[in-house]
Every structure is written in structure tokens, then in C-alpha cells.
Design a protein around this ligand. Structure first.
Ligand SMILES: C[S@@+](CC[C@H](N)C(=O)[O-])C[C@H]1O[C@@H](n2cnc3c(N)ncnc32)[C@H](O)[C@@H]1O
Length: 263
């Protein structure tokens, strides 16, 4: 039996395992496997609950195929809204930093649509950094490993036009409510934002003024409920906040601008 002929039994197996989009997933798995043995191994991993993206090794994001290694956060479709907001304000040749970059999906997608973007990305997780390096390489970007701004080159201070961060923002006590695919297969540090979910955002906002160019923008993903607090955090850090909501994507972005003039 050829790999393609196995699709029907794979669909049933995936359905039985609770995969809602079994047909589409079966198609992707068949496409990804080189041999029947490989296909069976992949179907077994998926049926055992591994995210499809970790099984095939990539995620579709903003029309790009982004490499996603085991344990690395799978970019969520709603984050395309943050990329779109950043793309709307980025001028050609802008300097962009993707903090807490994970696979580097957001920075990569931004570089794909912005002319001559100078892209820098950073993450604390070595597995994420390895993955992000592969994704940003075609766009000439650089990826650094370490805690928030620490690994960034000092020459970027005061020069960053666009600072994007989809940092962890799930409150610690809500981690247990996440779907198993996230809870069991994505690194805890990729999800856990502390007691109110905003610990990392606070640290990002506190130092953003040192790195942003005058008129530069910090854009973070938030939830509808947390966004007003994110905006307060931005204001306390000296940034002018704005909340933008997209109901269609269930996406909320908070933008903080470093004003060009001081009074
Ligand atoms: C929600 S995931 C988002 C990843 C990526 N931005 C995306 O949207 O696909 C958060 C990322 O923040 C990283 N992270 C958590 N704490 C960090 C820290 N203190 N410094 C740098 N990165 C951190 C995690 O390793 C993880 O990759």
C-alpha cells in the first residue's frame, strides 16, 4: 500500500484521537512523511497529543512556513494581528527587535513584508534560539540568547523603531486551564506570565525607553481583559499607550510610543 492510500485509515485514527481537523492533518502528515514507517511514527506522535506543528516541524504563520522544533512555542494565528500593526507603522529600513521571539515567527513575518527591515530577535530558551536562527536567516536577521534585553548589542540602544514582544502572558494559576497541547508540549517559561500574567511585560516596558528610538513603538500582545493593565504599565514606563482590538482574531495589541519631544 502506498503512503497516499493510507490516508483513510489515518483520518479515522486521528478522529478517534480527538483531532478536529483530521482530514487536513492527515493530508499534511502524508505530505511530510517520506516512508510508510515515518508516516506511522508521525501519526502515533500526533495521536498521542503532540501538536501537529511539532510533529511536522513547521507552522503556517502569515503565509510563511516557520520551523518549530519540539518544545518551542507554536506561533498562534492571532499574533498575525500584532505583525500587521507593526507593519503598518514600520518605515523602510526600520530597526526592529522581536523580544521573547520563540521560533522568531513574528519578526520573520514582519521582515517578509517590510522593506529592508533590520531584524534582531532574542529569547532565553536555547531551543527557541536555534529554531529562530533558521527562520530569520533568509531575512538577514540576528538572534541572541539570554534574558530579555541582556543579550542585545548595546549599539541598538536608542535606535529601535519597532519593538515587538509576544511575551508569556498567561497568569500562573490559569496555566492548568490551557489545552494539553500547550500545557504539556510547550515550555512552561513560554506560557507563564506570573501572578497577573504581566510580569514579563512589566520588565519589557521598564527598559523599553532605553532601547526605543524617539518616536519608536513597543507592541505587545495582550488579552482583552489584561490590556488596560498593560496600558497602565506602559504609561508608568513613560510610553504613550494605545489599545487596539480585533474581535475577528480575538487579538489585542497594546502599543506604547516613546514620544519624540519631552515637555
Ligand atoms: C508566548 S511565547 C511567544 C514566542 C513567539 N514570540 C511567538 O509568538 O511565537 C514566549 C517566549 O518568551 C520566551 N521567554 C520567556 N521568558 C523570557 C525572558 N526572561 N527573556 C527572554 N525570553 C523569554 C520563551 O522562551 C518563549 O519563547
Amino acid at each position: 500500500m502506498t503512503i497516499r492510500n493510507e490516508a483513510t485509515s489515518i483520518i479515522s485514527r486521528l478522529r478517534a484521537a480527538g483531532c478536529v481537523f483530521a482530514e487536513e492533518e492527515a493530508r499534511l502528515l502524508v505530505e511530510a512523511a517520506n516512508t510508510s514507517a515515518e508516516l506511522h511514527a508521525m501519526v502515533n506522535r500526533r495521536a498521542a497529543g503532540l501538536p501537529l506543528e511539532h510533529v511536522v516541524g513547521w507552522a503556517e504563520f502569515c503565509g510563511l512556513r516557520v520551523a518549530v522544533d519540539a518544545g518551542v512555542f507554536v506561533p498562534r494565528p492571532r499574533s498575525a494581528f500584532l505583525v500587521g500593526q507593526a507593519a503598518d507603522i514600520a518605515r523602510p529600513g526600520a530597526v526592529a527587535v522581536d523580544l521573547c521571539c520563540g521560533s522568531g515567527a513574528l519578526g520573520t513575518a514582519l521582515a517578509a513584508v517590510c522593506e529592508r527591515l533590520e531584524l534582531h530577535a532574542a529569547d532565553i530558551d536555547p531551543a527557541a534560539v536555534r529554531c529562530a536562527r533558521r527562520n530569520v536567516a533568509p531575512f538577514g536577521g540576528s538572534v541572541y540568547e539570554g534574558d530579555l534585553y541582556v543579550p542585545l548589542p548595546a549599539r541598538l540602544q536608542g535606535r529601535v523603531d519597532i519593538l515587538i514582544a509576544n511575551a508569556p502572558y498567561v497568569p500562573t494559576e490559569a496555566i492548568g486551564l490551557l489545552p494539553p497541547e500547550a500545557r504539556l508540549h510547550e515550555a512552561r517559561m513560554a506560557l507563564d506570565g506570573g501572578a497577573d500574567g504581566l510580569d514579563i511585560q512589566r520588565r519589557i516596558a521598564a527598559e523599553a525607553g532605553c532601547w526605543l528610538a524617539p518616536g519608536g513603538h513597543l507592541l505587545v500582545e495582550s488579552s482583552e481583559r489584561q490590556a488596560p493593565l498593560s496600558a497602565e504599565i506602559f504609561a508608568s514606563a513613560g510610553l504613550t499607550p494605545k489599545i487596539i482590538r480585533c474581535d475577528e482574531w480575538d487579538a489585542t495589541v497594546v502599543i506604547g510610543t516613546r514620544e519624540t519631544t519631552s515637555t
